[in-house]
Write a new protein. Structure first.
Lengths: 192, 192
DNA sequence: CCTAGAAGTCACCAACTGATGACATGGCCC
DNA sequence: GGGCCATGTCATCAGTTGGTGACTTCTAGG
């Protein structure tokens, strides 16, 4: 599927670990937990599959490690508060989905139905998404606002995953982006 | 998992087909395509697993049949246009998720990551969700409005699936419901 | 009552998965 | 240079899955 990430790597445990983690993250994001086999990850990382179980304990532990060492919501929270909606909407509706920013969403969406992965996702999506978002929002109804934001972000990603944007042309995507931005900004600072 | 749906059924092909379809729909909705085995469905339907392949051709064909014979968006489109937001938001945020109305969403969310099921989902979600919704909305920007509605509906369902509502209490859920209703109604008839 | 064929069951297959223990190999320190 | 241990590979296992063909059993029609 992918070219090897670290072409030169000679018996360097740390580098091998990283290569496995990166390969796993990409696989989990683009195919989901169930559809990703240890042999796939190993092949991408240029490593024998047995090594993964030895390094991480097993597939589930690898998945947890991928979640905890990966990107989180902080990226979206950086920057001007007033342009939050526009920044996020741009990513959700316009930017190509292969972006790394998407990986967290994709992993959650594509793996949430696997019982083995569900608990890790639930925990991580709370700790590395909801909680920071809620704190960033502040105020009494931060929890509800965070949920509303999450609904739109998740739903927009889900729709792109299912339909791969076949249904909307560039113009419509632009309109979608603007509408999403308004909704998001409203959830951030408007009346709930 | 579930009690047999048709306790008395003696060599009645049509009834057996229906029993299999119902069992499959529930399984696919609550566990997803990958996690559901033909043996699980057969067990729920009180039938031998071999019968499923013989009746439907295979798991993929069964899945397609479940989608096409199941509920669609029409249920949400019935009733007063002005109360659309409230009705849908009520379902999304308040009503128990075991409701049959949810099954279409759950099937899509929980099975979208399976390549075998993805194409059927894409097609069905277009034919039995987007298209009717777009027609119902009407107007030049119906496609964009349909997408916006879909984002919120999908996202809200996704969040409930992941977090099972642990994060919100009754009061917050009520606030969430009202906010969702406003957003949905705005997408239906407000300025996009 | 009896048989033909539908309805349902059983045993089994090949493919795949995650995992494990035995083995090979290369780099580092003395 | 030589041995040791971390690093990596190989063969293989047990479990599960979807699928298939041969078999049994029950019902309907004569």
């Amino acid at each position: 599927m992918s070219p090897p990430l670290s072409p030169v790597r000679t018996r360097n445990a740390a580098a091998t670990r990283t290569a496995i983690l990166e390969a796993a993250r990409r696989r989990f994001a683009h195919e989901g937990y169930d559809q990703t086999g240890l042999r796939d990850i190993a092949s991408d990382a240029g490593v024998d599959a047995a090594l993964i179980s030895r390094y991480f304990g097993g597939k589930e532990e690898l998945f947890e490690e991928v979640l905890t060492c990966g990107p989180n919501i902080a990226e979206f929270l950086d920057g001007d508060r007033d342009s939050f909606g526009e920044r996020v909407a741009q990513m959700l509706a316009v930017e190509p989905m292969r972006e790394e920013k998407f990986e967290l969403f994709l992993i959650m969406l594509r793996s949430a139905s696997s019982p083995k992965a569900a608990e890790a996702i639930r925990r991580h999506s709370h700790d590395a998404f909801y909680q920071p978002l809620e704190t960033w929002l502040g105020g009494d109804d931060a929890a509800v606002r965070a949920r509303l934001l999450s609904c739109v972000m998740m739903g927009a990603t889900m729709n792109r995953v299912i339909h791969e944007d076949y249904l909307l042309d560039g113009q419509q995507r632009q309109e979608l982006c603007e509408a999403l931005a308004r909704t998001l900004d409203n959830y951030v600072s408007g009346p709930v």
